[in-house]
Design a protein around this ligand. Structure first.
Ligand SMILES: NC(=O)c1ccc[n+]([C@@H]2O[C@H](COP(=O)([O-])OP(=O)(O)OC[C@H]3O[C@@H](n4cnc5c(N)ncnc54)[C@H](OP(=O)(O)O)[C@@H]3O)[C@@H](O)[C@H]2O)c1
Length: 260
């Protein structure tokens, strides 16, 4: 089966919805898209950050759509606002996510539920909302930020890891269905990026990159029509290799080299 799918060669005039635009990777993506001349709808819970972002654009270039991804009706409402203003959407870029470090000692059902609601059901709901019209148009892009933490089980990721593994599987299954129908799916797996989410980490993060570098990788991958957008390659490539190993070797390497 061919992996070819359309890219977005020029973002100018494209209608893009960035969910999780108030901070970190999503904010850097939104800024780059505004600079590139896209029409950008920005979402997140912090209205002041959305308004500040919109002030960077031309008049009518941005839409500020505050929402909580765990409140389904707020996602529905925001999409209706986009359609009312722009009559459709070319790219859903779902970046929003939460990371709560969880090991066996502090694992609770409530924290797991919070993570799954935000990182799995949130993006699934956004996709469910935009899919019907994209399928009807036989065009459109769905990009979801997962993580290399979804490749295989890692320490301190008892709920985060499974939530990101779910998104990898979701993107694969979605690609299979929609690529023959003219849509593009972009599965985004970042390594460590210096954002408020990782500022809480108490260990040295290998191959750490800036949110601007991450945004560059993401937008370049979407431009080229890539399905599997992962970076930085020196780290994401290594983790892709690790997951292929037999479990005894995999866990030996983790215990030997991951000191967290
Ligand atoms: N940083 C890394 O090293 C790294 C690595 C791999 C993957 N990722 C993934 O990249 C994505 C962005 O992470 P980041 O590091 O940029 O984190 P961040 O700086 O903490 O930003 C998270 C974004 O998600 C939004 N968000 C969180 N919960 C939300 C909710 N319930 N409703 C609406 N918006 C919500 C936040 O907006 P509000 O707070 O305003 O709602 C914010 O815009 C996440 O999916 C993360 O898992 C990050």
């Amino acid at each position: 089966m061919s992996m070819r799918q359309p890219g977005i060669t020029n973002f100018a005039g494209q209608r893009v919805w960035v969910i999780g635009a108030t901070s970190g990777i999503g904010e850097a993506c939104a800024k780059a898209l505004i600079t590139a001349g896209a029409k950008v709808a920005v979402s997140g819970r912090r209205l002041d950050r959305l308004i500040a972002l919109c002030s960077l654009g031309q008049v009518d270039q941005c839409l500020s759509l505050p929402l909580d991804v765990t409140a389904t009706e707020q996602i529905d409402q925001a999409y209706q606002d986009i359609v009312r203003h722009w009559h459709g959407l070319d790219l859903l870029l779902f970046v929003s996510g939460i990371y709560i470090p969880l090991r066996a000692d502090n694992f609770t059902f409530e924290l797991a539920e919070q993570t799954i609601n935000a990182n799995v059901l949130g993006p699934m709901h956004a996709v469910a909302v935009v899919l019907p019209e994209m399928l009807h148009q036989q065009a459109g892009h769905i990009a979801i930020v997962g993580s290399v933490a979804g490749y295989s089980g890692l320490p301190k990721a008892l709920a985060y890891g499974p939530s990101k593994a779910a998104m990898i599987n979701f993107c694969e299954a979605l690609f299979y269905d929609v690529q023959p129908r003219g849509l593009s799916v972009h599965m985004i797996s970042p390594g460590f990026v210096a954002t408020p989410a990782t500022a809480q980490n108490d260990f040295v993060m290998p191959a750490l990159i800036s949110p601007e570098q991450a945004a560059h990788e993401i937008l370049a991958g979407i431009q080229q029509g890539q399905f599997d957008i992962h970076f930085p390659k020196r780290f994401s490539g290594f983790l892709k290799f690790l997951r292929l190993l037999p479990y005894p070797i995999y866990f030996w390497i983790l215990r030997r080299f991951v000191k967290i």
